[in-house]
Design a protein around this ligand. Structure first.
Ligand code: CA
Length: 223
């Protein structure tokens, strides 16, 4: 999962970043409104954790930007403000949920997983695609009722492909989704090819089918 953490309190920002990075997510951070808007304009995220009180403006501006540009990122507002007006305003202009500081990281994670799951795959925690069945809570994948053992990146990649089934996905989009800022340090996409090759092979072994089509010069299509 790829997250953007918009929070000006350095300690809280680092704590959240460390927690979700250890959980296997790709985290990017913004300490103010301007940086956050620049990142959102260029990159895509599964979820934005959004503080409302920022030094250079109001976090609501991000919700307004997302809505006006037709972007579909999940937004979980994290704010010290506990007024009902702010909660209602946030939810009205497109936030998916709202958590008030201070909070437990485990609760933040549970809320975040719930909204990402709901938005991406509907309310069901079991995702079925042909003979593939994914338990989104337990992160277990079965193919024709046989357990498929996947690495974290392969699992994230499979979910990403299923969420975008039938579309051509560029290598760049895959790299950005699964590696975030780190990909700037990688000078080739060979590593993506390796991950896809392994995932493809595991799926073929259990299903007898090849779900991936290579679109030369562009990327891949999952169908
Ligand atoms: Ca703040």
């Amino acid at each position: 999962m790829k997250l953007l953490i918009v929070e000006d309190e350095q300690t809280l920002r680092s704590t959240i970043e460390k927690y979700f990075t250890e959980e296997g997510s790709v985290c990017e951070v913004a300490e103010n409104l301007n940086t956050a808007l620049k990142k959102i304009a260029v990159y895509e995220y599964d979820c934005i954790l959004l503080d409302i009180g920022l030094p250079d403006g109001d976090g609501f501006a991000i919700l307004e930007y997302l809505r006006s540009s037709g972007k579909n990122e999940c937004v979980l507002i994290i704010s010290a403000r506990n007024s009902l007006d702010d909660k209602i305003k946030g939810l009205n202009i497109g936030a998916d949920d709202y958590i008030t500081k201070p909070f437990h990281l485990a609760e933040l994670k549970a809320r975040l997983m719930a909204i990402v799951r709901r938005k991406t795959f509907g309310s069901n925690s079991i995702l079925n695609y042909n003979e593939i069945s994914i338990d989104l809570l337990g992160r277990n994948v079965t193919v024709n009722d046989n357990m498929m053992v996947l690495t974290k990146k392969e699992y994230d990649m499979l979910l990403y492909f299923i969420a975008n089934k039938g579309k051509v996905i560029s290598k760049n989009a895959i790299a950005e989704h699964l590696w975030g800022d780190e990909m700037d340090m990688l000078d080739s996409f060979d590593f993506i090819y390796t991950h896809i090759k392994n995932l493809r092979k595991k799926l073929m072994e259990l299903s007898g089918k090849d779900f991936f089509a290579t679109i030369y010069g562009i990327g891949y299509k999952f169908a």
